[in-house]
Design a protein around this ligand. Structure first.
Ligand code: SF4
Length: 284
């Protein structure tokens, strides 16, 4: 019995270290957090945002730079939202926080035709509220809990339905230039986050309080990716690597690569080659 408890403890330590390392690497690779930053950690009450907060709190204690963390939950006034859960959790941890109350639920219900999916409008309103609030409290960074699988799913959704090759970047300047959004969990596997969340016994708030069906297309893409990973272990890791390793000259976006200028480049390369050959002939 003792042996199995020890093994579990060891496994948990390994998992925690892996998550810390991946978050630390993402922060360094993308320059997410700098000295004096005030990071607004968006906390929904789901496994991803609890994990993000926990790991950031840990890194904050050991980081070579000083930065502030403030948790923010948006209470969207969904029926049955357990208002006490997050304040109790955050008070117990001694984390600074704000609960922002915005009745986006009623707006979404009113504006969305019967039978249509509510998530797009709901997310837009949520994003707008959080970005606006970040400015109000002087947050220099807005941290969102999207992980590796979210990034890959979004990549495929945009390819399948949006006709564009784009996803969720680890760091982003909002369209109006007012906020910098960071995704510290960008390198983390969803399965690791789920396990960490379970082991930490976070008080999860279910995300289906709005009564909406989950986005079916995202669920389909999620299932597709999970099937690939099961058949070919490591495929998701390779695909994520591809997102960080783009070759514009091997794609077809005329904005990203100067296809028109290839002849000129060819002429220039020929001339350089001839010059070099001349030089070598003269030296011979
Ligand atoms: S599931 Fe509900 S709360 Fe979540 S984004 Fe969709 S509409 Fe909003």
């Amino acid at each position: 019995m003792q042996a199995s408890t020890d093994t579990q403890k060891l496994e948990f330590n390994k998992l925690q270290k892996r998550l810390r390392r991946q978050v630390g690497n993402a922060i360094i690779d993308y320059g997410m957090i700098h000295e004096g930053d005030k990071v607004m950690v968006c906390l929904s009450g789901g496994k991803d945002s609890y994990t993000m907060l926990e790991i950031l709190l840990n890194l904050q204690r050991n980081a070579p730079v000083n930065f502030e963390l403030v948790a923010v939950n948006l209470d969207q006034k969904q029926p049955g939202f357990p208002e006490h859960v997050l304040p109790e959790y955050l008070d117990a941890k001694g984390v600074a926080y704000h609960i922002l109350e915005r009745d986006t639920y009623s707006v979404v219900k009113e504006k969305t035709p019967e039978g249509k999916t509510t998530c797009a409008l709901c997310s837009r309103l949520r994003r707008g509220s959080l970005y606006g609030y970040a400015e109000e409290i002087g947050a220099t960074k807005v941290a969102l809990g999207h992980h590796r699988e979210d990034i890959l799913e979004t990549l495929f959704l945009n390819m399948f339905f949006g006709g564009s090759l784009k996803s969720m970047p680890p760091k982003l300047l909002s369209d109006d230039g007012k906020n910098i959004v960071i995704r510290p969990l960008a390198y983390c596997r969803e399965a690791d986050i789920a396990e960490f969340s379970q082991r930490m016994a976070f008080p999860i708030i279910p995300c289906n309080l709005c009564g909406s069906q989950p986005n079916m297309q995202r669920q389909n893409v999620k299932a597709m990716l999970a099937e690939w990973e099961a058949k070919f272990p490591g495929r998701l890791e390779t695909m994520f690597k591809a997102v960080t390793n783009v070759a514009p000259s091997q794609l077809a976006d005329r904005e990203l690569f100067d296809f028109e200028g290839l002849e000129a480049k060819q002429r220039q390369m020929r001339e350089t080659r001839i010059d070099t050959l001349d030089l070598l002939a003269r030296e011979a």
